[in-house]
Design a protein around this ligand. Structure first.
Ligand SMILES: Nc1ncnc2c1ncn2[C@@H]1O[C@H](COP(=O)(O)OP(=O)(O)OP(=O)(O)O)[C@@H](O)[C@H]1O
Ligand SMILES: [Mg+2]
Length: 269
């Protein structure tokens, strides 16, 4: 089982869109995949569940309303499950965020994660405590990069945090890649921003996600693009290419570095 943490310093750069569509692409490759929504704002749609009663999620597990093994909801894709944000009374928001960054996260996730090949963490914007707690449990970090002027700096901040967590908390953590997203090749700004990040960062992925309105339409419904437009849509196929590239990168990194230690965050109780 491998855990991939999707993180970015900036909000609205496509973390949730990437997490959701990538999770679906891995599931279509036959990997048992769990997407965990660690954003207290709850970006991953409940409409993914197979029935309307499946409204529960991580908040319900952390608040003791639902047993950990009942947290994930099945979707119409057999290999793809989602641990959604769940029902959260605004009054409980502070306790919820404290639980997410503390040992309670391990108590909620340790019992379920071993049943999957891949676990993806969608994190809130910023490089705060929840993102740090996710990195402490992860094997790999994936940093979406919105290709526009001035965004290269925020990528280097995210990479620094990944390095810091590896050095101080979780020696098993590796940077999987920087993923250019919302790429508009007709925009000179976007092309310049891409050039900047290619020059300054060693692990920029070959696959890039183009800017396309079908992402906006699908995320309004809270579903992956292939649930709206089918797996053959060019954008869905792009995520298939990304899943292939990431699998190869994970293999290569694991081979080069020998058998990685288990993330230290996992033992935290
Ligand atoms: N490749 C894309 N092309 C066009 N629009 C996109 C693309 N990816 C994401 N979007 C849109 O941009 C908006 C923000 O995307 P998303 O919610 O995935 O970002 P985020 O980083 O998770 O945001 P937050 O920081 O609020 O969690 C959404 O409306 C989404 O539909
Ligand atoms: Mg999000």
């Amino acid at each position: 089982m491998r855990r991939i943490c999707v993180l970015a310093q900036k909000g609205g750069v496509g973390k949730t869109t990437v997490s959701l569509n990538l999770a679906v692409a891995f599931a279509r490759l036959g990997r048992r995949t769990l997407l965990v929504d660690l954003d207290p704002q709850g970006g991953v749609g409940h409409s993914l569940g197979r029935d309307d009663t499946a409204l529960h999620g991580l908040a319900d597990v952390l608040m003791g309303r639902v047993a950990p093994d009942k947290g994930p909801i099945r979707t119409r894709l057999p290999a793809f499950s989602v641990l959604a944000r769940g029902r959260l009374d605004p009054i409980d928001a502070v306790e919820y965020e404290e639980a997410l960054r503390g040992g309670a996260l391990a108590r909620a996730l340790d019992p379920v994660e071993p049943g999957y090949d891949l676990v993806l963490y969608d994190t809130p914007a910023g490089l705060g405590a929840i993102t740090r707690a996710a990195l402490a449990r992860a094997h790999f970090a994936l940093v979406p990069f919105q290709a526009e002027a001035l965004s290269a700096r925020s990528v280097s901040h995210a990479v620094r945090v990944v390095d810091h967590v590896r050095e101080n908390e979780n020696p098993a953590l590796r940077l999987l890649g920087i993923l250019p997203t919302m790429v508009d090749r007709a925009s000179a700004d976007a092309v310049a921003a891409l050039g900047q990040v290619w020059e300054s960062q060693p692990r920029v992925l070959e696959t890039v996600i183009p800017r396309a309105t079908i992402f906006v339409e699908a995320s309004r419904k809270g579903v992956p693009i292939s649930f709206v437009h089918g797996p053959a849509a060019p954008e869905a196929r792009r995520f298939g290419m990304l899943a292939d590239e990431l699998e190869q990168a994970m293999e290569r990194i694991s081979r080069e570095e020998g058998a990685a230690d288990e993330p230290t965050g996992q033992q935290e109780h």
